[in-house]
Design a protein around this ligand. Structure first.
Ligand SMILES: [Zn+2]
Length: 495
């Protein structure tokens, strides 16, 4: 700029009348050039800075970890595909390194992404993307990434599309305690046998019955709801859970969290460890909210997921009569049906606190199979984290050790993250999901007003509860019986 001014002024001084026009033209020329160059620079820089939503194919857990350590901001991974937020330069480097990268959204907005799972065979729901969704991107098999505002994303659930809000980033692993016992170290224990044997089918059924109940009707009717937006009914269920733990003599607290103008509560109870490893925590959890078509309809949710909630309560009743080396927490989440809200909040808080969570067993829909064939097949979703797989191995070994009537299949690369264990995976904690035969023999009354006690098979819930009791007693370690029996089950109507 300075050199130009001098030159122009010099020429102007020499011959003002002649040079004026030439100088003006040159001035405009140079100014235009500068403006163009600036615009180009801004474009280049902003292209560099713009976040892109991308997918990357990878081979296995180790390669995934490598990508994370190189600074890739992963927001989800399933099987062999991941979704990430990335800049141009990083995409270029990934491609240089031989990765198959697909750019889904060149102007990413990390706050607007949801995973969307249409019901089986209903991919057509997205073939013409509804106008209130900003975009729909095919992702993994049977899973889409939807870009939408919250209300539009939630509207999908009325078409039986399950949604999961994607976080801004996930963490793959922490330097957490390894499982207390590995599969090879397992040994039969008469103490554990005794705990397994006192799992009560009567109490389990009673919990399911109470949770699906509605106060305005007679006891154990089928007109209840625990929909996340049915505030009073959901709070009543939370209170029921809270009272049960208080009666067991456990420390129990609500973890409230706001969402969409509502306040929902997780219910968290703890059996503190009594040994040198008391800082290590095992969690048994289940969501207690339910859904049907919409928030105003009946949503008894017996299988989904009063069954899992009942198992957590019953396991706690038995385990709380002992003390263990490590801490065990019993956690019930709200807002699962709106995208794992409760567990997301819980796992994030736990990670921020630095909780040493050594393993999580999440139960979701554990009480249905077709009869006949009565094949007892259940799925244990472990994912690809080796510590989660080790946890699944311990769970399955205990099923064999205590001769439980379950035929478990462990899923790794085909595991789903569409329940609350996924929130723990996102924070790098080892976790597994226990569920009925999701792939082959799934509850046909799922998310309907007919998901009631009359349509579930309680034997599977009983066996699942036994497997949890055995696994947690094994992992928490060194069981000692409390000198006083602190909780006698209370049967009857809770009002
Ligand atoms: Zn569920």
């Amino acid at each position: 700029m300075a050199a130009f001014d001098l030159g122009c002024m010099a020429e102007y001084n020499a011959d003002p009348g002649h040079v004026k026009g030439v100088c003006g033209v040159r001035f405009i020329y140079v100014l235009t050039t500068i403006l163009l160059l600036t615009a180009l620079l801004v474009t280049l820089v902003s292209a560099q800075m713009t976040w892109h939503l991308i997918t990357v194919w990878y081979e296995g857990w180790e390669q995934l970890q490598e990508l994370e350590s190189q600074g890739l901001q992963i927001i989800n991974y399933q099987g062999n595909i991941l979704a990430a937020l990335s800049e141009e330069e990083q995409i270029w480097r990934l491609r240089q390194a031989g990765f198959e990268v697909r750019v889904l959204d060149a102007a990413a907005d990390p706050d607007l992404y949801y995973l969307a799972y249409p019901p089986q065979g209903r991919d057509d729901l997205f073939s013409a993307s509804p106008s209130d969704l900003e975009a729909v991107y095919p992702y993994a098999e049977g899973v889409y990434i939807v870009k939408a505002r919250r209300v539009a994303a939630e509207a999908l659930t009325s078409h039986e599309v399950q949604i999961v809000k994607l976080p801004r980033s996930v963490s793959l692993g922490r330097s957490e305690p390894a499982p207390a016992r590995w599969q090879n170290d397992l040994a039969y224990s008469p103490d554990i046998r005794a705990m397994v044997d006192v799992v009560s089918p009567t109490l389990l059924i009673d919990h399911v019955c109470k949770l699906q109940d509605d106060d305005s009707q007679s006891y154990c009717n089928e007109l209840g709801t625990r929909h996340s937006y049915a505030t009073a009914a959901l709070d009543e269920a939370a209170r029921y859970l809270h009272n049960q733990y208080a009666a067991m003599g456990l420390n129990v607290a609500y973890q409230p969290f706001p969402y969409a103008g509502y306040v929902m509560n997780n219910v968290v109870a703890e059996l503190p460890g009594a040994g040198p490893n008391r800082e290590h925590i095992y969690i048994l959890c289940a969501h207690y909210d339910s859904t049907a078509r919409d928030s105003s309809s009946i949503a008894p949710g017996a299988d989904d997921n009063a069954s899992g909630s009942a198992a957590v309560l019953e396991a706690a009743r038995i385990l709380s009569q002992f003390s263990f080396d490590r801490t065990i927490r019993f956690v019930h989440f709200a807002g699962e049906e709106q995208g794992m809200l409760g567990s997301q909040r819980y796992a994030e808080t736990a990670a921020q606190r630095g909780d040493l969570i050594a393993g999580v067993i999440n139960l979701d829909m554990i009480a249905y199979e077709r009869v006949p064939p009565n094949d007892h097949i259940v799925e244990i979703h472990a994912g690809m984290n080796p510590v989660s797989i080790a946890l699944a191995d311990v769970f399955v070994s205990n099923i064999a050790e205590y001769e439980l009537l379950l035929l478990p299949e462990i899923l790794t690369s085909t595991a789903t993250s569409r329940s609350d264990h996924g929130s723990f995976w996102n924070q790098g904690y080892p976790a597994i999901l226990g569920i009925e035969d999701f792939g082959g023999d799934f509850n046909p009354y799922y998310h309907s007003t007919r998901d009631t006690l009359t349509h579930i098979q309680t034997h599977m819930m009983v066996e699942y509860t036994k497997a949890c009791v055995a696994t947690l007693a094994e992992l928490a370690g060194d069981p000692r019986s409390s000198s006083v029996l602190i909780y006698l089950p209370v049967l009857g109507v809770l009002r």
